[in-house]
Design a protein around this ligand. Sequence first.
Ligand SMILES: [Mg+2]
Ligand SMILES: [Zn+2]
Length: 190
Amino acid sequence: MTRHRAAFLDRDGTMIEDVGYLDRLERLKLFPYTVHAVGLLKRAGFKVIVVTSQNGVANGVLTEEFVSEAHAHLSRVFEAAGTSVEGYYYCPHSPHASVERYRVDCECRKPKPGMILAAASDHEIDLERSFVVGDRWRDIEMGLSAGTRAILVQTGYGRTEAARPPANVSGVPVVANLIEAVSVILRKGV
Ligand SMILES: [Mg+2]
Ligand SMILES: [Zn+2]
């Protein structure tokens, strides 16, 4: 059985502008290269999977229904451009959630690898040949602890994050943005 390579993409600050809590579709702004980046990854045989923390759900400022609506909107944008992503995984939990049912010490909160592991099992993914791209070190740590490679982008929080790498992380490429991350991934071949 051939297992698939995947690109696990963080959403806020990596694929779309980080506007704090995204709670209205009017505030959803893709970076200008995001659709192209997804298309390139797909054409190279990667499954593209979105992995996102949605603390706003835990804090009661947005609903899971809205998170799904935002993802349906993204899917329509990708489809209109002739491409698509395979799936969306999000963590609505927080140990400090103001909404009680989301106050869980879950396995999917970054940097824990739960979202990656769930996606890997749903989509038959070879983690060693896969990548996480994100703008926070906790995205990177999530990937590394699941056994993927990882790339930090300097959009969103990335510029600040790049200035203070955690002691336990080394050898992670830091690039300007998602489209540069994709060219690094495609150059590495394999
Ligand atoms: Mg982010
Ligand atoms: Zn969670």
